[in-house]
Design a protein around this ligand. Structure first.
Ligand code: 8OZ
Length: 368
């Protein structure tokens, strides 16, 4: 039986161990441009088997929070190059998380102050973060407008261009398509946010259409073996809700099985919170079995509140990769600490979003 510390193949990616740095929004990229401080932060964490970057906007329309990085203009792409180079020099692997927030945005962040876009004109009951007078401030998301079907090919193309630029220009090992946590692709998937009456709404197949078009476009451009995807079947994050998630997600992973992806990344339960939700039951073993039965060979990555014992148990039960979030914020040397059963630093919630080096690159390491 493999351990957490054994190498593993995820599509085209040969990973040194099964411990993944989960995507973590940190809001330290003014003008959406990655900074030298971000190079230091990611390089400190390069002993992870795989780093998944913080969610990164594929266009200005895709942005929903202040100071999150982008993957569209020359400055943004060039800003990532020193990061991927330094992580590679340190022996690590890094993929970028492709993000379109859909309705989880604010007119202040949108091109020409326009409305955020969504499957349907339903405001999310959630907040976003703007910087007001230099201070990160939570504000209600703006009312969105429903996307016209004629706009969807352009969104698919924007994901595809971002993936191509990520690999060819910015030097990433691959991409993770963010289809979780109530953002655009999850909004299309789920009945609570998608009330369309065209080919992109109604039946579960229709609600999954945009997601599958995006994944096909991305894998067509960079190859399935460099493409992962993140899903969160039952999270309530950002007002996400589906009336019947099990058949929806079983269908999605059966379709994804045909695309030879590097990995499938599943958030179990409420993102960053409870792993089981009494009013939102879900069978993750069934989901994985549906993927494997349909021929899916990608690595199976699980996430949400794992500690070492839980992670070891998950590997025994057939998970290939375990993504750790908050522990990686506070422990740059998390892999070595887990290996040595060393104590972990405690993350400081007050410095999660925005700011500088404090609570970002100044957590002490015990191991080189
Ligand atoms: C925390 C704060 C802002 C965004 C997600 C990208 O939940 C996020 C996010 C998390 O996936």
């Amino acid at each position: 039986m493999p351990t957490l510390f054994d190498p593993v193949q995820a599509g085209d990616l040969r990973l040194a161990n099964r411990i993944v740095m989960a995507p973590l929004t940190r809001n330290r990229a003014p003008e959406a441009i990655p900074t030298p401080l971000m190079t230091e932060y990611y390089t400190q964490r390069a002993t992870a088997g795989l780093i998944i970057t913080e969610a990164t906007a594929i266009s200005q329309q895709a942005q929903g929070y202040a100071d999150v990085p982008g993957l569209y203009g020359t400055e943004q792409l060039d800003g990532w190059k020193p990061i991927t180079e330094a992580v590679h020099d340190a022996g690590g692997k890094i993929v970028v998380q492709l993000w379109h927030v859909g309705r989880v945005s604010h007119t202040d962040l949108q091109p020409n102050g326009g409305k955020p876009v969504a499957p349907s004109a339903i405001t999310a009951k959630t907040k976003t973060v703007l910087i007001k007078d230099g201070v990160p401030t939570f504000v209600a998301t703006s009312e969105p407008r429903a996307l016209d079907a004629a706009e969807l090919p352009d969104i698919v193309h924007t994901y595809q261009a971002a993936a191509r630029n990520a690999v060819e220009t910015a030097g990433f090992d691959g991409v993770e398509i963010h289809a979780a946590n109530g953002y655009l692709l999850d909004q299309f998937l789920k009945s609570g946010s998608n009330q369309r009456t065209d080919d992109y709404g109604g039946s579960l197949k229709n609600r999954a259409r945009l997601l599958l078009e995006v994944v096909r476009a991305v894998t067509g451009a960079i190859g399935g073996g460099r493409t992962g995807i993140r899903l969160s079947p039952v999270t309530p994050a950002n007002d996400a809700f589906d009336a019947d998630p099990q058949p929806l997600f079983d269908y999605v992973v059966r379709q994804l099985a045909k695309l030879n992806l590097a990995y499938i990344h599943i958030i179990e339960g409420a993102t960053g919170g409870a792993r089981a939700l009494p009013d939102r039951p879900f069978d993750y073993a069934e989901l994985k079995a549906a993927y494997r039965a349909a021929g899916g060979k990608g690595a199976w990555m699980v996430n949400n509140g794992y500690n070492k014992a839980m992670a070891e148990q998950a590997v025994q039960e057939g998970a290939d990769l375990i993504a750790f979030g908050k522990p990686f914020i506070a422990n740059p040397d998390l892999v070595a600490r887990l290996r040595n059963n060393a104590p972990l630093n405690t993350p400081d919630q007050a410095t999660f979003y925005g700011g500088g080096a404090k609570g970002y690159t100044d957590y002490p390491a015990l191991y080189k």
